[in-house]
Design a protein. Structure first.
Length: 246
């Protein structure tokens, strides 16, 4: 439900160009940020609030569209809520807009031309002095000429857990980034990932290790795809009729 709406917005944004792709005219953008931890229309250190306003959005190419899958405004990450309030976007509305300074690569797409530019110029692996990849990509969008689009609020967001990077680096202590820290208590109360209305945080949608082998896990995953993903029903205890399937 979310992806088709976002793709329609992308095709609408570049309707005058040659839209040969499901995601619109691939000649018109390099990076599409569908998952991030914020694109705040300003310096994060300045805070999120009234100094951002509707003109910050209207000054950039953008498309807005309703999305009933969005959490209520009060349930969005506090910084996301403040931004949408400042931009005067209606409840349950997303915007696809020319990026300002998106951060965190939770889910993104690149065109072939964009990928070539990233690996050769923006964030080449052979440049050891480079900082984090997502920061390099943000820098590419903000000042290096990458043509970037941001979906705001995002539809992909991370949640705590083990990762290949964590396993490799073996950190003695995990430090939460400021955005994560600001939303941590809310995610605990909601039992959901920031800015996600029906996700994996609660554990209700786990499918690995929940059955009697790969066939059972695949059956459960297909049930999640069809009944939750495609039909948009949040089948969790207390959330929707039907509860949790086995």
């Amino acid at each position: 439900m979310q992806i088709p709406a976002a793709a329609t917005a992308a095709r609408t944004l570049h309707a005058s160009a040659s839209a040969t792709s499901y995601w619109g005219a691939l000649s018109a953008w390099d990076v599409l940020w569908l998952g991030h931890c914020g694109d705040w229309f300003g310096n994060l250190h300045d805070g999120i609030g009234p100094h951002q306003g509707p003109n910050n959005l209207t000054d950039r190419p953008h498309v807005t569209f309703p999305d009933p899958s969005l959490p209520d405004r009060e349930d969005l990450h506090p910084m996301t809520k403040n931004l949408l309030d400042a931009l005067e976007l209606p409840e349950k509305t997303r915007a696809l807009h020319a990026s300002y300074a998106p951060l965190c690569t939770f889910g993104y797409a690149v065109t072939r031309a964009g990928a070539a530019r990233i690996v050769t110029d923006i964030a080449p692996i052979n440049r050891p002095e480079s900082i984090a990849f997502d920061a390099m990509l943000m820098h590419g969008c903000a000042v290096r000429g990458l043509r970037c689009l941001t979906l705001n609020p995002e539809i992909f967001h991370h949640m705590p857990g083990d990762s290949m990077i964590k396993t490799e680096e073996k950190p003695e202590k995990i430090f939460l980034p400021p955005v994560d820290a600001a939303g941590l208590e809310q995610t605990r109360v909601r039992g959901e990932t920031s800015n996600v209305g029906c996700g994996f945080w609660s554990g209700d949608f786990e499918f690995e290790g929940k059955g009697d082998g790969e066939e059972e896990e695949e059956r459960r995953l297909e049930w999640l795809r069809e009944e939750v993903g495609r039909k948009g029903r949040c089948l969790k205890p207390g959330r929707d009729e039907g509860g949790i399937a086995p």
